[in-house]
Write a protein that binds this ligand. Structure first.
Ligand SMILES: *[C@@H]1O[C@H](CO)[C@@H](O)[C@H](O)[C@H]1NC(C)=O
Ligand SMILES: *[C@@H]1O[C@H](CO)[C@@H](O)[C@H](O)[C@H]1NC(C)=O
Ligand SMILES: *[C@@H]1O[C@H](CO)[C@@H](O)[C@H](O)[C@H]1NC(C)=O
Ligand SMILES: *[C@@H]1O[C@H](CO)[C@@H](O)[C@H](O)[C@H]1NC(C)=O
Ligand SMILES: [Cu+2]
Length: 580
């Protein structure tokens, strides 16, 4: 009917105009947040013991960055460490169209040299609870980290309500320097970093030798009767007004420890994981692994005449660190008054079952926020997590390959076609899952160190199945794996050995939640799926600092030819020194 065509076309044009006006008004509201950071060592007493920390404008942890979805964040970093490089990663931000701002030294940029200035500029495209932290060597251990909170725009409803929100950053803390730790790991025989001296809640803790925390009053042990510096006491988590509901944005940036977080007498409703809304789950305590974030709702509905303990306990490794305590105070009480009850003990460190069960219960998307998962993968990688002895060193390896960062960042060498800047031979897609015994320590002297890369077809759907084993010490640890540049659907947590013919059928393709960090439990497997639709080069790694330092990582490249012009500021090292 030709007469109708013109009015239809006009209507379409008007609609298009309205839409672009709406888009304009949104982008007009989008803010640019400028931050200027001096990165420097300072003496800090985070756990009542004075020790050097890498600080941001004198603080460790650094300030929480607040923004709204769609905003741009610009951080100008001055490296004032004198003798140490740096680089800062924005954990959970996908860096769409800005892959050079991911902050991973050796992957997306050269290190920021002492005395130099580097500017990170990126858009925060999704609301959620995120982080930033150092991504150079093991520098995160020294305290260079903080939280990044992206709010939903005004008028966009979230699937839950609350009165106020607070951030809770969990860390572990050593009195040994980052150098002592790194050199120990690279030594033969290996000197492990050991258990942390203390755990921190919002950057504060109380160092107390583990045996003292259990000793009776008036113990004769001199180490346990040392007077504490003035002001050394559990910090106040926050002051609650009776009847109000609080959204706690809880994140873990531990270097080693898996944690259990709980507030005495208060249950928590988990509503967000790594920036995605989950089907709400009520828990008494939250297991949280390094690199993960959760929002939990806590209602101030207990006896308001007293205070309550908030506690962070080590799990998954023998508990040789005193649990961290903070005080949830009710309005009207002395916010520093210790609760009248004994400090909570926390769950048994070696009970794996409740941890796996909680991981499974939190892997389901909120029913109104299910993001459809592609029904099948174009490619599946089965990644065996083992330790190997390689060249006289103990290393972590994935399918026998332990990752070593090249001196030229991958993003530069791959985009600019520099031959020989990394190992061109692709790493193995799988391991011999039929005959490999995951319950036995891996065969010694079996593996290589390489800078090899998995090259993914742009837009392809990729499955990653992480397979745990026992390490050289005949123990199987928990590894939190974090993917840069993407979020993935969490398809399944399995026990024992993954069998592709049998276990693919167990994937949740109906309503899996998306995340950027996922736990691999002892002697089990974890399956995730993602779409390789973000041109760049991206790290996928265990978030334990000691493990990634020992090679527990792989690298993905997709569509690097589609990446825009690389900023000169990410170059200057390795073979990128001489680039025009
Ligand atoms: C230790 O001392 C504290 C405070 O002085 C007291 O509340 C607690 O009951 C004592 N514990 C033991 C085991 O005696
Ligand atoms: C914990 O401490 C005990 C006693 O000092 C020690 O035997 C054990 O090896 C320690 N465990 C870890 C994981 O460091
Ligand atoms: C380890 O060694 C065994 C036997 O020597 C070999 O079959 C296997 O492929 C090796 N595995 C890796 C990951 O290199
Ligand atoms: C490893 O530990 C298991 C129990 O978890 C034990 O049965 C086995 O004998 C140990 N193997 C070695 C080589 O120590
Ligand atoms: Cu690990």
């Amino acid at each position: 009917m030709p007469p109708l065509r013109r009015p239809l076309r006009m209507l379409a044009a008007v609609l298009l105009l309205l839409c672009s006006l709406a888009a304009l008004s949104v982008s007009a509201e989008a803010k640019v947040h400028h931050h200027t950071w001096d990165i420097a060592y300072r003496y800090k007493t985070l756990d009542c013991v004075e020790k050097l920390a890498v600080t941001i404008n004198g603080e460790s942890p650094g300030p929480t960055i607040h923004a709204t979805q769609g905003d741009t964040i610009v951080v100008t970093v001055h490296n004032k460490l004198e003798t140490e490089n740096t680089g800062i990663h924005w954990h959970g931000i996908r860096q769409i169209r800005s892959p050079w701002a991911d902050g991973v030294v050796g992957v997306t940029q050269c290190p920021i040299l002492p005395g130099d200035t580097f500017t990170y500029r990126f858009v925060v495209d999704r609301p959620g609870t995120y982080f930033y932290h150092a991504h150079y060597g093991m520098q995160r251990v020294a305290g260079l980290d903080g939280m990044l909170v992206v709010s939903a725009p005004d008028g966009v409803a979230e699937p839950f309500t609350y009165d106020e929100e607070r951030t809770v950053l969990l860390m572990d803390w050593w009195h040994k320097s980052v150098y002592e730790q790194a050199v120990g790991l690279a030594s033969d025989p290996l000197k492990f970093v050991g258990e942390p001296q203390s755990l921190l809640i919002n950057g504060r803790g109380v160092f107390e030798p583990f045996h003292c925390s259990r000793a009776p009053n008036g113990s004769s042990d001199a180490a346990c009767n040392v007077p504490r510096p003035a002001g050394c006491a559990p910090p106040t988590l926050f002051t609650a007004v009776p009847g109000k509901t609080y959204r706690l944005r809880v994140g873990s940036l531990t270097s080693l420890s898996a944690l259990n977080f709980a507030i005495e007498g208060h249950s928590m409703t988990v509503v967000e994981a790594d920036g995605y809304y989950v089907r709400p789950v009520v828990v008494d305590s939250l297991f949280i692994y390094s690199g993960e974030s959760y929002s939990v709702l806590v209602k101030a509905d207990q006896d308001p005449s007293r205070n309550y303990w908030a506690a962070s306990h080590v799990v998954a490794r023998e508990r040789n660190t005193t649990s961290a305590m903070a005080i949830l105070s009710y309005a009207g009480n002395d916010p520093r008054a210790p609760p009248p009850t004994p400090r909570p003990e926390g769950p048994a460190w070696d009970d794996v079952r409740p941890r796996v069960e909680q991981s499974r219960s939190l892997a389901v998307a909120h029913p109104d926020h299910v993001l459809p998962v592609p029904p099948r993968a174009d490619r599946a990688l089965l990644l065996l997590n083992t330790q190997n002895r390689i060249g006289g060193h103990t290393k972590w390896a994935i399918n026998g390959v332990s990752l070593a960062f090249p001196s030229t960042p991958y993003l530069v060498s791959m985009k600019r076609g520099l031959q020989g800047a990394y190992d061109a031979r692709p790493p193995p897609e799988t391991y011999d899952y039929r005959s490999y015994d995951i319950a036995k320590p891996p065969p010694a002297a079996n593996g290589t160190v390489a800078s090899a890369v998995y090259r993914l077809a742009l837009g392809s759907v990729v499955d990653l199945v992480l397979q745990n084993t026992v390490a050289l010490n005949n123990r199987s640890e928990t590894h939190p794996w974090h993917l840069h540049g993407h979020d993935f659907w969490v398809l399944a947590y399995g026990d024992g050995k993954f069998d592709p013919e049998r276990d693919t059928a167990r994937f949740n393709l109906r309503d899996p939640v998306m995340k950027n960090t996922v736990a691999l439990h002892p002697k089990g497997w974890t399956a995730v799926r993602f779409v390789a639709d973000n041109p760049g080069v991206w790290l996928f790694h265990c978030h334990i600092e000691a493990h990634v330092y020992m090679g527990m990582a792989v690298v993905f490249e997709e569509g690097v030819d589609k990446v825009g012009r690389l900023p000169k500021s990410i170059m200057g090292c390795g073979r990128s020194r001489t680039l025009p």
